[in-house]
Design a protein around this ligand. Structure first.
Ligand code: ZN
Ligand code: ZN
Length: 155
């Protein structure tokens, strides 16, 4: 196929030069057909590549992660095939979707359910730590104790 296309392209390029010849009409027909076919092919390719590039921007890291890692959920070890691959998602270990090192160190393949759980756990963990931190810091700093002491000193 590729070889034939190349020969055809070369023929169409050469034909204008040799069109003076008697065989011009015979070669012009197929050459013209091939020319239009290849140009629409090129357009299709350009459109397809543009579309692909746009999709790659969104899904690039997912495709890369699926190439690097086996199609297994990192939590429940559920395995995936092309049939259910859309349920396998890419989790960012540091939760930064802009952090996409090509070696995949920030990616983890998780099934939809485990991915959901992972994020809920992270939210709860962060909330718990934040609350505990606020409470403990408030307790250690205890501004009201100081106030009481100051009031106590004054009175
Ligand atoms: Zn899972
Ligand atoms: Zn995630």
């Amino acid at each position: 196929m590729a070889n034939q296309a190349k020969v055809g392209a070369g023929g169409s390029l050469a034909s204008p030069q040799h069109k003076v010849g008697a065989g011009g009409t015979a070669s012009a027909g197929p050459a013209a057909n091939k020319g239009t076919a290849s140009s629409s092919d090129k357009l299709d390719k350009i459109v397809a590549e543009a579309r692909r590039a746009a999709e790659k921007r969104d899904q690039g890291y997912r495709e890369q992660a699926l190439k690097i890692y086996p199609w297994v959920c990192g939590r429940c070890a559920r395995t995936f095939t092309n049939a259910n691959l859309r349920e396998l998602t890419v989790h960012h270990r540091d939760h930064n979707h802009d952090n996409n090192p090509p070696n995949g160190s920030n990616w983890e393949l998780l099934c939809l359910y485990c991915h959901d759980n992972e994020h809920q756990r992270q939210l709860e963990a962060h909330g718990g730590i934040a609350e505990a931190g606020n409470q403990s810091s408030a307790a250690t700093h205890s501004p009201f104790a100081n106030l009481k002491a100051m009031l106590g000193n004054k009175s």
